[in-house]
Each structure stands twice: as C-alpha cells, then as structure tokens.
Design a protein around this ligand. Structure first.
Ligand SMILES: NC(=O)C1=CN([C@@H]2O[C@H](COP(=O)(O)OP(=O)(O)OC[C@H]3O[C@@H](n4cnc5c(N)ncnc54)[C@H](O)[C@@H]3O)[C@@H](O)[C@H]2O)C=CC1
Ligand code: BAL
Length: 504
C-alpha cells in the first residue's frame, strides 16, 4: 500500500494528501506483520474515500517501544516545561493554519458540517492545546512542613509515562486534542488509537506533530480495530496509563484488561442518557432551543446528548409545541452544504442501531410526533425524531441511542422530576431550566451527573472539568483536573539535620 493517497473533496475541489501508514517514531510505516486495511467511508455518499493500514498487536507493541524510548531519552524528564509549552503552541498554530483543510477531511470521514468542524471542533481543539501549553511550565508540587525542625517533605508531579489513548468517531479531532494536550503538557509520551471509522484526521494531525518539532516517538498513531489495537494497548504491560472515550461496554473491557495486565492507571469517558428538566418558571422559548440543541447537536452523536426531556405538566403542551418548531428548523444534510446544521450519522452500523431504537420506540407504544421515517437515497441520514407517551422501561428511555432521537416525558413535582432524571445507570450530563434561583440550586445539587447545565445545555469550556459519575466514567478531562490523570505524585522526604538514635 502507498504511504499516502490523494483525496479529492468533490464539493470544494480541494486535493488533500492523506498518509495511510502507521505513524511510529515520526514516520509513516507499513504494518510489521499484517496486510489488513481499514476502509474509510464517506457517510454522506456511502462511497469509499480511501483505505489505511490497520495496525496489529505487534504494531502497537512497536509504537509502545517507540514511546518508551522517547520518554527515556528526549521527553519525560529530558525536556523542560517551557519547551513542551513552545511545541504545543506551535502545534496549535499549525492546526489553526490548516483548519479549513482539516475540517473538510473531518466532514468527509465523519459527516459533520465543515463549518461546525472548523469553527467548533477545530477552534476548540486549538484553544485546548494552547490552554495546556500554558500549564506545561506550571506543573508544580508542594513543599510540606513536617513535625520535625530538621526535615521537610516536598512533592513532584512527574509525568506518568507512556499513555495509550483510545478515541471515538464522534469528535475525531476534538477528542484527539483533549487527550494529547494534557498528556504532552505533563511530559508523557503517547500511543494514540483513533477510531477505525474516522482515522484520517488523526493521521493528518500526525504530520503536524513532525512539523511542530516533537521528537520521534513522543506521539505515535496506530489506526486499528478496537478488538485488535485497542485491546492490545489496554493489555500492554509497558503502558502506564490508558485514557478512553467511547461506550460503557468497551470501557469495562479496558478496565478489565488494565487490571489483568499491569494495573495501569485508567480514565474513562463513557456513555450517557442525559436528562433535561423543564420547570414551569422557565423561559420556554430559550429552554426549547437548549433542549433541541441538546439532542440535535452533532446529530445526537454526543456523549452528553440530552436524550430525555422531562417537562412540568402545567407547561407541557406549550413547551412541546416550541420544541417541535425548533427541531423542525434544523436542517440535517450534506456537511459541505452551508445550510446544514447537522450531517449524516457516522456509519452504517450507527445508522442501523439508531433505526432499531426508533422501531423499538414505536413497537413499545411511544408516540412518534416528529421524524421516525427513513429517507430514500444514499447517505446515513436520520432526521430529528421525538417520542412522547414514554414510560421508564422503554428502550428509547433507557439506552444510549447516540442519534437525534428524543424521549419526552412529564412530571408534576420537583421531587418527581429529579427522580425521573436520576433513574438511569449513567451520570454524565444533566440540564435544568427554571427561573427560580433556589430551585436551580436545589435541583443542580440533586442531579446525579458529572456536569449540570442550568438554563443552557452542552456547552463546555477547556478550563472546566468534564467527566462522569455512575457508569459514565472515571476521572476528569479538561481543566487543571486533567493534569492529575497524566501525572504521578512523588513525595520526597528530606533530612537536613536529624541524627538517627541507634539502636532503636
Ligand atoms: N462517550 C462517547 O463519546 C461515545 C460513545 N459511544 C457509544 O458507543 C456505541 C458504540 O460505538 P462504538 O464505535 O462501537 O464504540 P466503542 O466504545 O467500541 O469505540 C470507541 C473506541 O474504542 C475502541 N475499541 C473498541 N473495542 C475495544 C476494546 N476491546 N479495547 C479497546 N478499545 C476498543 C474503538 O476502536 C474506538 O476507537 C455508540 O452507539 C455510542 O452509544 C461511541 C462513541 C463515543
Ligand atoms: N461532547 C463531549 C465529548 C463527547 O461527546 O465525547
């Protein structure tokens, strides 16, 4: 297989040279022992974009060795925080320079609108890299007084070492940035495994790693099937930490592999079935927009998708009317069309999964008041779909659908609303809309989620931590909290005067 391929973006005429090999030690290389490839599909047309090398377990091992060597020679304690900061800022500049090209490639492989990829996913990723560049020279420990006048203790926050990072297909560039930026800022080296559905932008970003000046082996990229490369990385005895975003099912496997191998540190950002509560004092116009955004952003392929909305009974009809109006106003279409607010879903697998949930909703007796009909023609399109008349046992109320499918229910009292909202094994996000400040405070405390949005939904900031409770995950990304995931605290006890009275 050629080490790169020219991809033409039909809609814009842009030609993009895309690497197709595994990125190890700053070079694109073939697999050491496999001829397997990954076919990359454009979800808007169902046509093949190109194929890339599918890494094997042996390739993961080679990438881990490269990362270990870099950690021991050029990175880790061999590089100052100031230099890490300079390199991260340079990488951010290069991504900003190439934003349009990267956005078109992201649109082609993932389906999301180019303008969303460019202005939100990539804009946010550049900011994320700069945010952690700012931390790289400020990773400091503590000096701690101990109960002895001739002794002191202090801590160092050492880089944890070689990090495996397994990312999903819903935000291929943004999840790359969320993982890479704090790890590099802390001085870790990386073996990145992008999703087999969307490996192209991770490969393109690997070129920028070289251009920015990172030493060989600091960042390695191995596209591979999850059951092959992801599993090998999680079970590898020389990986110190694994960071994962994806399904709860896979998160559980990763934790098991980590426990069975070397007890590597694990952080998991998993699924959700996030609720939004709409109280009678809420601004219904605004709340309906946030509720629509919550379920329709990224065509519902979002870990924090607000896929359950519960409305206080006194305002139920008025709110529902507004919600339907907002959902109808969003156009789902080709990502290269400037009018599209959302694209097709990422893959045939995801498309079939979403439709099976929509069918189950109908069969289990929910009322489909919007969408729920397949489009004719090519492309994995799912239009905004809203179900009412739901009950807590329905699949559409319990399961993470990861598509633009919303279940809307009713509640009478605040207590009942909270109970419904918390009736899930997940705990990633939750929203509440109310103009009663005391109620906002009470309910935000009662909601069992890692993130609670009040009178808004789904907006995240690089300096605010993000992660889940219950079966939505372990650990936190973003903010200063993410630094804990990539550092190991060492306590150093220093004696500058005490003589040991011996024997004891
Ligand atoms: N929390 C989130 O942001 C995401 C949640 N999901 C949920 O998961 C469902 C299934 O989507 P998938 O793509 O199958 O998710 P997944 O969790 O299987 O895939 C995410 C990543 O994990 C890797 N992976 C798969 N099996 C692995 C294993 N045994 N060991 C290590 N890594 C492995 C994949 O290759 C990919 O890179 C979606 O419908 C959605 O409900 C999917 C993607 C992102
Ligand atoms: N929107 C936060 C990241 C995720 O969906 O995986």
């Amino acid at each position: 297989m050629a080490s790169s391929v020219e991809v033409t973006v039909t809609a814009t005429g842009r030609k993009i040279q895309v690497p197709t090999g595994l990125f190890i030690n700053n070079e694109f290389v073939p697999s050491a022992d496999s001829k397997e490839t990954i076919e990359c599909i454009d979800p808007a047309t169902e046509s093949t974009i190109c194929s890339v090398v599918a890494g094997s377990a042996k390739d993961i091992d080679l990438a881990v060795r490269a990362a270990r060597h870099a950690f021991a020679t050029t990175w880790g304690k061999h590089v100052t925080g100031f230099e890490r900061s300079r390199l991260l800022n340079k990488l951010a500049d290069l991504i900003e320079r190439d934003a349009q090209q990267l956005a078109e490639l992201e649109c082609l492989n993932n389906g999301k609108p180019v303008k969303v990829a460019r202005d939100f996913d990539i804009g946010d990723s550049v900011a994320c890299l700069r945010y952690y560049a700012g931390f790289a020279d400020k990773i400091v420990g503590q000096t701690i007084e101990v109960d002895n006048k001739t002794k002191v203790a202090f801590t160092r926050h050492d880089p944890i070492g070689v990090c495996g990072q397994v990312i999903p297909w819903n935000y291929p560039i943004q999840m790359w940035a969320w993982k890479v930026a704090p790890a590099l800022a802390c001085g870790c080296t990386i073996v990145m495994k992008p999703s087999e559905f969307t490996p192209l932008t991770a490969l393109k970003l690997s070129e920028l790693i070289v251009e920015a000046g990172f030493p060989p082996g600091v960042v390695n990229t191995v596209p591979s099937l999850g059951s092959v490369g992801g599993a090998a990385l999680s079970a590898h005895p020389d990986v110190d930490k694994i960071a994962f975003t994806g399904s709860t099912v896979t998160g559980r496997k990763i934790m098991e592999a980590a426990a069975k191998s070397n007890l590597k540190k694990v952080s998991l950002e998993l699924g959700g079935k996030s609720p939004q509560l709409i109280f009678e004092s809420a601004d219904l116009e605004e709340a309906s927009k946030w509720a629509a955004l919550g379920i329709l952003y990224n065509t519902g392929q979002d870990c924090t998708a607000g896929s359950r909305v519960y409305v206080q009974d006194s305002i139920y009809d008025a709110f529902l009317e507004k919600l339907v109006e907002k959902a109808k106003a969003l156009t789902i279409g080709q990502g290269f069309d400037e009018n599209s607010g959302g694209g097709p879903v990422v893959s045939k697998v995801q498309y079939d999964k979403i439709w099976s949930y929509i069918e189950s909703g109908k069969q289990e007796g929910a009322k489909c008041i919007l969408g729920g009909e397949k489009r004719a023609g090519k492309g994995y399109y799912v239009d905004p779909t809203i179900f009412t008349n739901i009950n807590p046992d329905m699949k559409i109320v319990k399961a993470e659908i990861f598509g633009p499918v919303l279940a809307v229910g009713k509640f009478k009292t605040e207590e009942e609303g909270i109970k419904l909202a918390n009736d899930t094994s997940y705990g990633l996000g939750a929203g509440l809309h109310s103009n009663d400040a005391s109620q906002c405070m009470r309910v935000s405390q009662a909601l069992e989620a890692g993130t609670v949005w009040v009178n808004q939904y789904n907006l995240l900031y690089n300096n605010v931590p993000f992660g889940g409770k219950k079966q939505s995950g372990i650990g936190r990304e973003l903010g200063s909290y993410a630094l804990d995931e990539y550092t190991s605290v060492k306590a150093i006890h220093w004696n500058y005067g005490e003589k040991l009275d011996w024997p004891l």
